[in-house]
Design a binder for this molecule. Structure first.
Ligand code: PMP
Length: 320
């Protein structure tokens, strides 16, 4: 605590088959990820419990599974054969230990088409693995965010599947984020082509209406967020009713509470959407916090889970 954040530029990274200084972990300007965004990735969190003096990696196996699934969707065949879970886990733990991490941080793990001037082809090419650690930072104001609904729509599943965390697809997220910032918002909620709510730019979205937690279902052109899954499970364990269903834009304006969640975003209350304030009701019921009652409850529990303070979710953590 109180230290300067981890300097990723001076750290060890992993590229292809070995650890290298971050400055040497580069790919060519003629490579497929640069030319066509042909890479898939995941980002998982490292959570430092300063009281316990322990570092926990969050849901490593689930991040691996999603990475493998993204590779399958993109037809980066054979990744799981070259990189079985045990090898992935050992390499990730080695990466973290080599960098002596004692603070909250994020690990970005990428599989990329490792070829030069291969055109847009995918199948049968070489696929390589890379990973690095960077500071947790704060991609959004932790106390709460003011959102708009984007004028852009989400990539549909049969154009660039949102379920695959493919780098090329993030041009969509960047257009959404760029518009939101230029218009004075922190971030945006993006709709699908039919006008239903999908997610944020790099987070999933939840609403509370009449005490029920609502989030768009997995067929809503969204990334199946690991935080989203964690929140659903934690909420149900707390006895909160959770419904996954299509969400209309107009419901955003009627929500009693709303929040965004993701590995980098963590869990962040939404203060307003399209300048409509989310009225979280009686401020005394949530200690004057911007977060409503259910959001506050989930925020607190999710924090405890990530820092190894909730024994019932220990299977989600790996002590590094
Ligand atoms: N949606 C998108 C588009 C994202 O990029 C992210 C961040 N990975 C999320 C949702 C949240 O996913 P997760 O909880 O697995 O980080």
């Amino acid at each position: 605590m109180g230290m300067t954040p981890f300097d990723y530029t001076q750290a060890q990274a992993f590229l292809r088959d070995k650890f290298v200084p971050f400055a040497e972990a580069n790919v060519s300007i003629a490579s497929s990820p640069i030319l066509y965004g042909l890479s898939v990735y995941t980002v998982f969190s490292l959570n430092w419990n300063d009281t316990q003096k322990k570092l926990y990696a969050f849901r490593l196996r689930d991040h691996y599974t999603r990475l493998v699934n993204s590779a399958k969707i993109m037809d980066f065949h054979n990744f799981a054969t070259a990189w079985p879970y045990e090898k992935f886990e050992a390499t990730m733990l080695d990466l973290v230990r080599r960098n002596n991490i004692k603070e909250d941080a994020l690990v970005r793990a990428t599989i990329f088409v490792d070829e030069l001037i291969a055109g847009t082809k995918i199948h049968g090419l070489t696929h390589s693995f890379a990973a690095y650690i960077y500071p947790m930072g704060a991609i959004l104001p932790r106390g709460g965010v003011n959102l708009c609904v984007s004028s852009w729509v989400r990539n549909p599943d049969n154009a660039i599947p949102s379920r695959a965390k493919v780098n090329g697809g993030y041009a969509n997220a960047s257009l959404i984020k760029n518009e939101a910032i230029l218009n004075g918002y922190d971030d945006a909620i993006v709709l699908d082509g039919d006008g239903h709510v999908t997610e944020g730019t790099v987070s999933n979205v939840f609403l509370v209406r009449d005490g029920v937690l609502i989030t768009p279902g997995v067929s809503a052109d969204l990334l199946e967020g690991i935080t989203r899954g964690s929140v659903i499970r934690i909420a149900r364990d707390l006895g909160i009713t959770v419904v996954e269903r299509a969400v209309d834009r107009s419901e955003l304006y009627l929500a009693d509470e709303a929040f965004l969640c993701g590995s980098s975003a963590r869990l962040i209350p939404v203060l307003s959407i399209d300048k409509r304030t989310i009225d979280t009701g009686d401020a005394t019921s949530n200690a004057g916090s911007a977060a409503g009652k259910i959001t506050s409850q989930l925020l607190e529990k999710y924090r405890a889970v990530q820092y190894g303070e909730a024994s019932e979710y220990k299977e989600w953590l790996m002590e590094v």
